[in-house]
Design a protein around this ligand. Structure first.
Ligand SMILES: Nc1ncnc2c1ncn2[C@@H]1O[C@H](COP(=O)(O)OP(=O)(O)OP(=O)(O)O)[C@@H](O)[C@H]1O
Ligand SMILES: Cc1ncc(CO)c(N)n1
Length: 265
């Protein structure tokens, strides 16, 4: 029997189930990989905003990670919310010992606008985590913070994506255009080539967890052995279907529909 694709998320929580670890696990399941999760921070949040955050101690993170890795080896890892510099150090130290595709979603703020990362963490994210990332998936604002390039046009997204790879050491970069005005074009830069991942833009406020879902889908596809470009293209199709069938739940920016691809438009 072929090996079961297994994928691990290292991220924070969302008790309303739309973002973070919860969105990742739903996505892994839908994309056809066995999902596992190590929790970095417990976040009291909902579709309206973040109320409080409790960070796990490094020992708790590392012991969770060790428990997974010594027993069930994933074929891909995704990182999401890693709020503190010391967390980046410990997680990177441990992941560097494995030879695995790592998809880094450099989560900095929630859809609600609340910050999910300490300022000093950005520096370590750049110096430690980016160089071991196979794919990094910043939104426009995160790409600006990581590269210092203003990102409001496709040309600027291309410039940031190229910097993230050619100068900063990621294997590939997808600068997501979900926060653009009229389009939803994500710019992928891989092996010196630009690929535009395009989709219709939906006029909806229900985009809580879109970034988590997109990067989780890339990671699950990679765990299935699908090559990088195809993994990103399939993830774009997955998130587009998930956004296009809104659930209309919650009082704020609600979650996307993780089984959207099974629903007829
Ligand atoms: N209104 C929309 N219509 C179509 N696609 C969208 C829309 N909003 C986001 N997307 C797509 O969803 C994916 C995630 O992009 P986005 O820029 O929203 O990420 P993010 O800001 O990291 O997400 P999050 O809100 O979870 O932090 C991208 O593929 C983006 O193009
Ligand atoms: C835990 C967590 N990770 C990421 C996001 C970004 O959507 C969020 N809101 N919460």
């Amino acid at each position: 029997m072929a090996e079961i694709p297994k994928v691990l998320s290292i991220a924070g929580t969302d008790p309303t189930g739309g973002a973070g670890i919860h969105a990742d696990l739903k996505t892994f399941q839908e994309v056809g990989a066995y999902g596992m999760a190590v929790i970095t921070s417990v976040v009291a949040q909902n579709t309206v905003g973040v109320k409080d955050v409790w960070h796990m101690e490094n020992e708790a993170i590392l012991k969770q990670l060790e428990a997974v890795l010594e027993d069930i080896r994933p074929q891909a890892v995704k990182t999401g919310m890693i709020a503190l510099p010391s967390m980046i150090e410990s997680i990177t130290d441990r992941l560097e010992r494995e030879n695995l595709p790592i998809i880094v979603d450099p989560v900095m703020v929630a859809t609600s606008g609340d910050s999910l990362m300490d300022k000093e963490t950005t520096e370590l994210m750049i110096n430690r985590l980016l160089p071991i990332a196979e794919v990094v998936t910043p939104n426009m604002e995160e790409a600006e913070k990581l590269t210092g390039v203003n990102v409001s046009t496709i040309k600027e997204a291309e410039k940031a994506a190229r910097l993230l790879v050619d100068e900063m050491g990621a294997g590939a970069a997808v600068v997501k255009g979900g926060h653009a005005k009229d389009t939803a074009i994500d710019v992928l830069y891989y092996k010196k080539e630009f690929i535009h991942l395009t989709a219709d833009r939906f006029d909806t406020k229900h985009t809580h967890g879109t970034g988590c879902t997109f990067s989780a889908a890339i990671a699950a596809n990679r765990a299935k052995g699908i090559p990088v470009i195809k993994s990103c293209e399939l993830a774009k199709e997955f998130i587009t279907k998930a956004i296009s069938h809104p659930l209309n739940i919650g009082h704020g920016s609600g979650p996307v529909n993780h089984w959207g691809r099974f629903l007829e438009k």
